[in-house]
Design a protein around this ligand. Structure first.
Ligand code: FAD
Ligand code: NAD
Length: 464
């Protein structure tokens, strides 16, 4: 068997792994990365990027459909639009292809050796890769596990046929006439809304009493209203029980009556699980956190010289968290004094309208016994939001009552995803309400709502 040695071996080239390898290469570490699929991992190939492309297609289609309905308040008219989903998927695939190439180029520029194949541990410092041309053994001083996550399958709804995961949903060649979505979390909501805009009759089945339970109800209420406008039926406190003959989903409902939902496709989005199977983890002595690999504040596992980053280490399963962990671990391996010291990991749900949350919510702050003040400003009073026909929603700032240091910022509204950078920066830099209120925010922008929310927290908002 061929054998190579290196300083750092990264298993998995998703956002966690490839960023770790690039940074390690930049720091002069002799680095190898192993990927069994395509460079970029779930995020680039079947996650963040493809879903946002399809969501954008759906949004464009919704604008045309609204114009064609003759009800456009902006005076737009159009004739009945059609969608060639196969072509839209082709456009999405082209974006993915370009980004795949980009990741490969960046890895090569950083002098990282890329091995294509499945990796399996022999011991804590040795991994065997099954490549197309045979087996290769890699010995490394340090190994980083960045194997990511995969969709959770429900025993009552195994994937196959009409039952699909987000991966298949992002590559359909036709819009299903009737789509049942099981799980009203991130993926269910993002894709359910997109397919509703593309013309599918969508029914959402969520086990808990409300959709997007990760976010507080004030933030999710505008999304619930939009679902209603789009004709999406939402069943909460409901559980999917299995497929019935002739394309129907059996659902146990809160009232005990049960429902039968006709569906051409059933999209199951009930969470993601870590990819740890067939990795040879039994050869190592790793402490686990449930199914996830337990790591400390340096992403070090319980075994010396073995680190883990990204989705395989648990929630929040977000690409930017994986990337930040990857960068940190590369620097630790290069000898830099690093540890996880982030104040927040902003989270965005790309629904309609979008939701952003950075830092703590009022509920979380109160539960932690913090004395806070909250400033909230509605987009109904923001000129730019009105010109975008996006008056729904608000920006909310949570600050310490005495020192006025900002602890959290949340927003719901059209286009608020792009405000997340300002929210994260303010919290990371320890900004106070005065810092935000005192910075000039260009007019007319949605960002002015952040400044006004801070002013509201100080007791003197100007435009409300
Ligand atoms: P992954 O991206 O899963 O990459 C792991 C890689 O390891 C894979 O390429 C896999 O092939 C490889 N691998 C696994 N085992 C082996 C092995 N034994 N040998 C070799 N290679 C192996 N996050 C966001 O922040 N924003 C979003 O908008 C967003 N949207 C999403 C939409 C969807 C539909 C989905 C499914 C996810 C979305 N996510 C989003 C989550 C995001 O994709 C993940 O958090 C992110 O990809 C995690 O990165 P990772 O590097 O930990 O793992
Ligand atoms: P999720 O955890 O966001 O939502 C799963 C939902 O399914 C929950 O609301 C849960 O109550 C519900 N559920 C669980 N079992 C059920 C059952 N048997 N019947 C009905 N409902 C059930 O999971 P997801 O939407 O699959 O997304 C997985 C992960 O991917 C997320 O946790 C997130 O970290 C990541 N992601 C992020 C983004 C983003 O950042 N914009 C987008 C998509 C995915």
């Amino acid at each position: 068997m061929d054998e190579i040695t290196c300083k750092l071996l990264v298993i998995g080239a998703g956002p966690g792994g490839y960023v770790c390898a690039i940074r390690a290469g930049q720091l002069g570490l002799d680095t190898v990365i192993i990927e069994q699929g395509k460079l970029g991992g779930s995020c680039l190939n079947v996650g963040c990027i493809p879903s946002k492309a399809i969501i954008h297609v759906a949004e464009e289609f919704a604008v045309l459909s609204s114009a064609a309905s003759g009800k456009s308040v902006m005076g737009l008219t159009a004739s009945a639009p059609t969608i060639d989903l196969a072509k839209a998927v082709g456009w999405k695939d082209d974006i993915v292809r370009r980004l795949n190439g980009g990741v490969g180029g960046l890895l090569r520029k950083a002098r990282v050796k890329i091995l294509h194949g499945h990796a399996r541990f022999e011991d804590g410092k040795t991994v065997v890769v099954e490549t197309e041309t045979g087996s290769q053994r890699v010995r490394a001083e340090v190994v980083v596990i960045a194997t990511g996550s995969a969709p959770v399958e429900l025993p009552s709804l195994p994937f196959g046929g009409a039952v699909i995961s987000s991966t298949e949903a992002l590559s359909l060649s036709e819009v299903p006439k009737r789509l049942a979505v099981v799980g009203g979390g991130y993926i269910g909501l993002e894709l359910g809304i997109a397919f509703a805009k593309l013309g599918a009759k969508v029914t959402m089945v969520e086990a808990l009493p409300r959709i997007l339970p990760l976010y507080d109800e004030e933030l999710t209420a505008p999304v619930a209203r939009r679902l209603d406008e789009l004709g999406v039926e939402v069943l909460t406190g409901a559980t999917a029980q299995g497929v019935q003959a002739k394309g129907a989903l059996a659902v146990g409902t809160a009232d005990g009556q049960g429902r039968r939902i006709a569906a051409d496709k059933i999209l199951v989005t009930v969470g993601r699980k870590p990819v740890t199977a067939d990795l040879g983890l039994e050869e190592l002595v790793l402490d686990m956190d449930g199914r996830f690999i337990r790591v400390d504040e340096r992403c070090q596992t319980s075994m010396r010289g073995v680190y883990a980053i990204g989705d395989v280490t648990g929630e929040p399963m977000l690409a930017h968290r994986a990337m930040a962990q990857g960068e940190m671990v590369a620097e630790i391996v290069a000898g830099h004094p690093r540890a996880w010291d982030k104040r927040c990991i902003p989270a965005i749900c790309f629904t309609d309208p979008e939701i952003v949350s950075a830092g703590v919510s009022p509920e979380e702050a109160k539960a932690a016994g913090l004395n806070i003040k909250v400033g909230q400003f509605p987009f109904a009073a923001n000129g730019r939001a009105m010109t975008l026909h996006g008056e729904q929603g608000f920006v909310r700032v949570v600050a310490e009552a005495d020192r006025q240091v900002v602890l959290g910022i949340q927003a719901v509204g059209q286009g608020v995803a792009e405000l997340s950078a300002a929210f994260g920066l303010a919290i990371e830099m320890g900004a106070t309400l005065q810092d935000i209120a005192g910075a000039i925010h260009a007019h007319p922008t949605l960002g002015e709502a952040l400044q006004e929310a801070a002013l509201k927290g100080l007791g003197h908002a100007l435009h409300i």
